[in-house]
Design a protein around this ligand. Structure first.
Ligand code: NAD
Ligand code: UFG
Length: 338
């Protein structure tokens, strides 16, 4: 029996595939490479010393995806595939709604057709919206501020409706906080296209000399030093959470929702300082205007995942900075020829 991983060559997917292979799972990966590179496959096999099946398929291609279900004995699915850039989702909302929602609908239809009713879905802390106060618990009211977030919230609702219609399904919804870091080998990591939107890839690109200085978006938030506070989680800890979620869907039915975060909030300046300490480098920065849609503080109450999944983070901010840097410095141009 195999685990199907959609979006398995992406940032979080690739780290999860390694953890699965290390634990002896049979893995089938589907990705259309809209935001990842074929090189990732080689690197995963190199790190794990194991092979896996790969299909270059778009989730929107029903026939192509059905072939994957026909040719493999799939027991469970981890569904990472989706577009994730918040700003881009505001400029091209239809593409985001179509890709993320229709892709999920086609996947779920095929899962139903082939009797595969165990699913782990990548949601986001973005579904907590602007009005909740951290630490955030899973039962808070949900809302969104951009089309990307709306796709996540809509998919969560679709999955809830699916379970109401057919209680045989077991679905774990994982709400990720801010994944950073990379595999300790430095061979796989986050490879953003163009100018990074997120904090850590921007910092590492400043450190490697690709960008002049970090722009810090605002220093008058209601936080200890005025800069925004987030719950940064090492991508390998996050990946391991998916193995716990697979165990959960194996034994339980219904929809189960978990925050995956450390439960600790760090400010932008905390991250800059931790990066400087871990790498012995200096990061130049300027304070600029706030970015619209940013909240002051967003961090998890991670106790439900500890209690029900027996999962917690093992790596700290220093590990995250060190591993992000190792990936960046050994691959200054990401997966492109260096
Ligand atoms: P990523 O872009 O690195 O990986 C997503 C993968 O899905 C890519 O390889 C892309 O090519 C693929 N993909 C996209 N649309 C597809 C389609 N229609 N068919 C087939 N493949 C498709 O992103 P990531 O950071 O690894 O995120 C994985 C998931 O976690 C996403 O759903 C994302 O929204 C969610 N998430 C990410 C973060 C984060 O900060 N990275 C935070 C919260 C939630
Ligand atoms: N920041 C800067 N300068 C930058 C980039 C970010 O100061 O160049 C600040 C932001 O203002 C924020 C913090 O660094 O205070 C983190 O910003 P990120 O863009 O790295 O992350 P966000 O918390 O804004 O968003 C991330 C994902 C979203 C997801 C959200 C909640 O990018 O997809 O976490 O999980 F929805």
């Amino acid at each position: 029996m195999a685990i199907l991983i959609t979006g398995g060559t992406g940032y979080i997917g690739s780290h999860t595939v390694i953890e699965l292979l290390n634990q002896g799972y049979e893995v089938v990966v589907v990705d259309n490479f809209s935001n990842s590179k074929p090189e990732v496959i080689k690197r995963i096999e190199e790190i794990s010393g194991k092979k896996f099946s790969f299909y270059k398929v778009d989730l929107l291609d029903y026939i192509g995806l059905e072939k994957v279900f026909k040719e493999n004995n799939i027991s469970k699915v981890i569904h990472f595939a989706g577009l994730k850039a918040v700003g881009e989702s505001v400029s091209i909302p239809l593409k985001y709604y179509y890709n993320n929602i229709t892709g999920t609908l086609i996947l779920c239809e095929l899962m139903s057709k082939y009797g595969v009713k165990k699913l782990v879905f990548s949601s986001s802390a973005t579904v907590y919206g602007m009005n909740n106060v951290s630490p955030l618990t899973e039962d808070l009211p949900l809302s969104t501020t951009n089309p990307y977030g709306s796709t996540k919230l809509m998919i969560e609702r679709i999955l809830n409706d699916l379970v109401v219609s057919d209680p045989e399904w077991g679905i774990v919804i994982l709400r990720y906080f801010n994944p950073i870091g990379a595999h300790e080998s430095g061979r796989i990591g986050e490879d953003p296209n163009g100018i990074p939107n997120n904090l850590m890839p921007y910092i590492t690109q400043v450190a490697v000399g690709k960008r002049a200085a970090l722009s810090i978006f605002g220093n008058d938030y209601e936080t200890s030093d005025g800069t925004g506070v987030r719950d940064y989680i090492h991508v390998v800890d996050l990946a391991k959470g998916h193995l716990k979620a697979l165990e959960k869907v194996k034994s339980e039915k219904g929809v189960m929702v978990y925050n995956l975060g450390t439960g600790i909030g760090y400010s932008v300046l905390d991250v800059v300082k931790a990066f400087e300490k871990a790498t012995n480098m200096t990061i130049l920065y300027n304070i600029v205007d706030k970015r619209s849609g940013d909240v002051d503080r967003c961090f998890a109450d991670a106790s439900k995942a500890l209690k029900e999944l027996d999962w917690k983070c093992e790596k700290n901010l220093e590990d995250m900075c060190r591993d992000s840097w190792k990936w960046q410095v050994s691959n200054p141009n990401g997966y492109k020829e260096n």
